[in-house]
Design a protein. Structure first.
Length: 525
């Protein structure tokens, strides 16, 4: 009798079991495929980054950092990065980042109405290996927050898509999308461009359906309302957080112009946006790092344009109007993808701001699903080959970072030996480095990835140490040698001294000296 009771109890489902089972059944098949693919492919692609301590000049200051960036207009970054603690824990940060990428991939399948197994798998894979992801992981200490912001930007558009029916029925979904978008911008503003580009691509797909003109313009209104409200909420969030913390927006990369861009700069900003958009595709060496990638990109571009025009011209009514609207939307794409250029024409669009280009690959996949079998197969093959190339180059990035670390470590060991052998040395003494890196006449570059990574990651140097503060951080955390920086006034005074100017570059005997109680190391002229 007791054995029977135990057997019966073992087959019972608890409330958490039923909840999890209900959630699993609620998720569509394509969501599951995209999420699982993104997670598996993401962990495999970026495993070397997650299982090693690869550094950049920024991460030198972020071995322990609370990510308080209210001054950069990111008041929520501190909150969401705290999930992974304030320590730079590669495996924890990497796993969380890939989980958020998986959620973003699932949301993209919903946004683009991708229903095939192959399309869902490729969406997940492309999301996990896109070059911006590897670029973001070069700053892994904050990557989990950034990847969450990316997911939230896509989710905001998914929520806005739910706004159907009467105005009263639409308002809750628009409001929900606006709140989520504001949350994304509050973590990292870069993904505002993702939401804008996604909305434009959704409108282009809507033109292919047999819908009335009112449906199209109503959908435009929903997107504008959601985006405008989300951006307004974000600006309010920034102002409130600034007053609470007593800070102001910094001038870094145009951050101080987020809420008050100059109208007179808009024409120059639009020109810059177009130039940046096309130069990234054609000249940045990111999407065309080798011949295979160039062929695949050209093939996907031709297929996408060809299939779209073919389907648009086959629409039974209002073809000319649809073509005109499509032309306007296509003209807006460069502006949407590089919206920060419009706000601040002098902004530097580094690789972390290039995530909108991922959406074009997913857009072509969505178009191919409705095409002929031959078109579907060719599109899937080209996308898969492109994803594999991204996988390879991502690992070249990590190869480059490891090489930089090894060279930087070896250099600092040699420097430490010279410093400790210099007469007058004592712990915590003031130290100044002249020149960022070794004299390349004495230490010729052996960098082998410079050409491949010219657009992915700054491979212009053999080292990631480029200033006195970076050297001192590395000495403290990796060689247990404590040195103190000089003040700006002391540095300026030392640089004017004739005996300092007469110093030779490292490893010359005169390259390491104690002058006026300061350890001076001359790396290069």
């Amino acid at each position: 009798m007791e054995q029977t009771r135990l057997t019966q109890n073992s087959g019972q489902t608890t409330a958490p079991d039923r909840l999890l089972l209900g959630l699993w059944k609620t998720c569509k098949r394509e969501w599951k495929l995209a999420f699982l693919t993104a997670f598996i492919v993401g962990m495999l692609t970026h495993a070397y980054m997650f299982t090693n301590n690869l550094l950049t000049w920024d991460s030198m200051f972020s071995l322990y950092a609370p990510q308080e960036m209210t001054g950069l207009g990111r008041p929520l970054l501190r909150l969401f990065c705290a999930v992974s603690t304030d320590f730079n824990l590669p495996m924890v940060l990497g796993t969380l980042s890939v989980l958020y990428l998986g959620l973003a991939a699932a949301a993209l399948t919903e946004c683009f109405s991708i229903r095939s197994r192959a399309g869902s798998i490729l969406t997940g894979a492309m999301t996990a290996v896109f070059p911006v992801v590897a670029g973001t992981f070069c700053y892994l200490f904050t990557a989990d927050g950034y990847m969450l912001a990316f997911f939230l930007s896509v989710l905001s558009v998914v929520l806005a898509e739910r706004a159907q029916g009467t105005a009263r029925q639409c308002v809750p979904w628009i409001a929900a999308g606006a709140v989520v978008l504001a949350g994304s911008l509050g973590i990292y503003q870069a993904y505002f461009a993702v939401a804008i580009t996604l909305c434009i691509l959704k409108l282009l797909l809507l033109l292919l359906k047999e819908s009335s003109r009112s449906v199209l313009f109503r959908r435009m209104g929903v997107y504008l309302a959601m985006g405008g409200a989300g951006y307004a909420l974000y600006l309010l969030l920034v102002q409130v957080s600034q007053r609470l913390r007593g800070t102001e927006l910094l001038s870094y990369n145009g951050v101080d112009r987020l809420g008050n861009f100059v109208l007179a700069d808009v024409p120059r900003g639009i020109y810059t946006a177009y130039r940046q958009f096309f130069s990234f595709v054609l000249r940045s060496n990111v999407l065309t790092a080798n011949g295979i990638m160039t062929v695949c990109l050209a093939g996907l571009a031709l297929l996408g344009v060809g299939v779209y025009l073919y389907r648009l011209c086959r629409c039974p009514e209002k073809r000319l109007l649809r073509l005109a609207v499509a032309a306007v939307l296509v003209a807006l794409l460069p502006v949407g993808a590089t919206i920060f250029c419009v706000m601040s024409p002098d902004v530097f669009l580094y690789i972390l701001l290039r995530m909108p280009w991922l959406l074009f690959f997913i857009f072509v996949l969505a178009l191919a699903e409705q095409g002929r079998p031959s078109v579907q197969i060719v599109t899937m093959v080209l996308t898969a080959v492109m994803a594999f190339q991204f996988y390879l180059v991502s690992n070249v990035v990590y190869f480059n970072m490891n090489e930089k670390y090894e060279k930087s470590y070896a250099l600092c060991v040699r420097l430490a030996d010279r410093i400790e052998q210099t007469e007058g040395y004592y712990p915590w003494m003031k130290t100044m480095f002249i020149g960022a890196e070794p004299d390349y006449m004495k230490y010729p570059s052996s960098e082998v990835t410079k050409e491949v990574l010219s657009g992915y990651y700054p491979a212009k140097s053999d080292y990631f140490l480029n200033s006195t503060d970076k050297y001192l951080e590395f000495f403290a955390h990796y060689l247990n040698i404590s040195l103190a920086p000089v003040s700006e006034e002391e540095e300026e005074a030392l640089l004017l001294r004739e005996d300092v100017q007469a110093m030779d570059t490292f490893p010359a005997e005169s390259s390491v000296q104690v002058i006026d109680g300061v350890m001076v190391i001359k790396m290069s002229e």
